[in-house]
Design a protein around this ligand. Structure first.
Ligand code: ATP
Length: 460
């Protein structure tokens, strides 16, 4: 029977397990730590890599209509003028004059008055805060500055001279790297509409309120697909790309009950969007966006056509003319996916009267697929176990462990989500059989050493 743990308690347990077992560490911890910045340890990097590899396989390699890209993080500054990020990628911030705390103005209003202020200017928000005498959540004062806009892009300088002509930005989304390479891909590959360009890479946003562990961070990884279609076919494709990620998440182990759609009301759509749907996940801190799907129309390509003067079109064989396609974008954060899979997988149960923790990850996501243990350090057992390990590690990520009690070794593998543990015991010497233990059911199969490989390949 697994225990029911939720909310803050669940988050605390996940954060502790991530540290304890080498999934995620606080960044720069020896210097006191960088707030809200996290590093992926040996287990975390495997989990993250598995997520990215499966996405790449399913969204790019197995499809005939999608190609991949890996573009640079620092792009020509004109990109951000064209995309609108320089003028409108802003949050309005307001400071408490008494305690000097800084907040997002929309959050202060929404929390205090329970009204939605999307679309309001910073002056309008200042007025609402002052008129309603909203109190500072930290010190209770009502002495506020005016709200000011704050651009979320990280700014830096390229080259040796630090002047305005050398200002560059760290990309806040990977999508623009795709749009600026649209012509290259059309000219150098055999794509024809409808087709997609996909990319996985780092994105940076100077978030005002990062938090909830790896949910909202300033440096994160995105997996984005820009799927170009004929205008008129965009709504059909929007539906397709609304469904496909949902099925993908469910197949990889997220439960249907913890997932739902949020369709943005038309009046609140971003300037570039004709339709936006978020896939929300029930995190321990509430329902939050996991994946955003947007019908970005021809906004981005047209903006780059206008600013660059280049022809970003594709030939429509039916019409016999060059057209600017529409684009549908499913965009997801890898770090948010890592967190969702960890939340879903974290399980506590009681085994033989003792509490145990395990990660119920699908084998394809598990950092380690199998662990091999000799029951004791007796030479003959070690030799057989090492031999099995050496054969398996060329097929998938496998661990060998001969330290401590067998119970302790099982506990460690359970906590990192290893689906199968193979134990070599004294009987193995005579019968050439080993015990394979299933992480979830704890059932043990005794099978020939020669069959271990196939046994595992069938199941992971
Ligand atoms: P939010 O409303 O949560 O700030 P957003 O709507 O700004 O997100 P998008 O611009 O649609 O996010 O980005 C696409 C995806 O990138 C999001 O669905 C999310 O998974 C991920 N993402 C965005 N911002 C962050 C962040 N600060 N930290 C981690 N992942 C992020």
């Amino acid at each position: 029977m697994s225990k029911n743990i939720a909310g803050e308690e669940l988050m605390n347990k996940i954060v502790a397990l991530c540290k304890r077992r080498g999934f995620i560490y606080q960044n720069s911890e020896i210097y006191g730590g960088m707030a809200n910045t996290w590093d992926y340890g040996p287990m975390g990097v495997e989990l993250k890599r598995n997520i990215k590899d499966i996405w790449w396989k399913n969204f790019v390699q197995e499809r005939d209509d999608v190609v991949g890209l890996d573009s640079a993080i620092i792009m020509h500054p004109e990109t951000w003028k064209a995309s609108g990020h320089l003028s409108s990628f802003n949050d309005a911030l307001i400071d408490c004059k008494t305690c000097k705390s800084r907040f997002r103005a929309d959050h202060i209003i929404e929390d205090a008055l329970n009204i939605d202020v999307e679309g309001k200017t910073e002056d309008e928000m200042t007025e609402i805060i002052h008129e309603n005498k909203i109190k500072c959540p930290v010190c209770g004062s009502i002495d506020w500055t005016d709200a000011r806009l704050f651009n979320l892009m990280f700014k830096t300088f390229q080259g040796v001279v630090e002047d305005s002509s050398s200002v560059v930005y760290l990309r806040p989304e990977t999508a623009q790297g795709i749009f600026v390479n649209f012509k290259n891909i059309v000219d150098t590959t055999r794509v024809s509409l409808p087709f997609g360009i996909a990319q996985i890479g780092k994105a940076f946003r100077n978030e005002i309120t990062p938090g909830n562990f790896i949910f909202r961070v300033r440096e994160f990884e995105q997996m984005e697909l820009e799927f170009f279609v004929k205008p008129g076919e965009d709504e059909e494709w929007f539906d397709y790309w609304r469904n496909y990620p949902m099925e993908w998440l469910i197949n990889l182990g997220l439960s249907k009950d913890n997932l739902k759609y949020y369709d943005h009301p038309v009046e609140k759509l971003a300037h570039y969007s004709k339709g936006t749907t978020d896939i929300l996940y029930k995190f321990p801190f509430g329902w939050e966006e996991l994946w955003g799907i947007a019908n970005r129309t021809d906004f981005d390509l047209n903006a780059h056509i206008e600013r660059s003067g280049k022809k970003l079109t594709v030939f429509d064989h039916e019409k016999g003319e060059h057209i600017v396609p529409y684009v549908v974008e499913p965009s997801v954060g890898v770090d948010r996916l890592v967190l969702a899979f960890l939340v879903e997988a974290y399980t506590e149960d009681i085994v033989d009267g003792a509490e145990r923790v395990y990660l119920n990850l699908k084998p394809e996501l598990a950092p380690v697929k199998a662990a091999v243990f000799p029951l004791t350090k007796k030479e003959q057992l070690v030799e057989i176990a090492r031999d099995i390990y050496n054969r398996l590690k060329t097929l998938f990520n496998t661990e060998y462990d001969d330290s401590g009690s067998i119970g302790k070794r099982y506990r460690r593998q359970d906590e990192i989500g290893t689906p199968y543990c193979i134990t070599v015991d004294f009987d193995t010497i005579d019968d050439r059989k080993v015990t394979i233990r299933d992480r979830n059911t704890l059932e043990q199969d005794r099978i020939d050493i020669e069959k271990v490989r196939d046994y595992l390949l069938e199941r992971i």
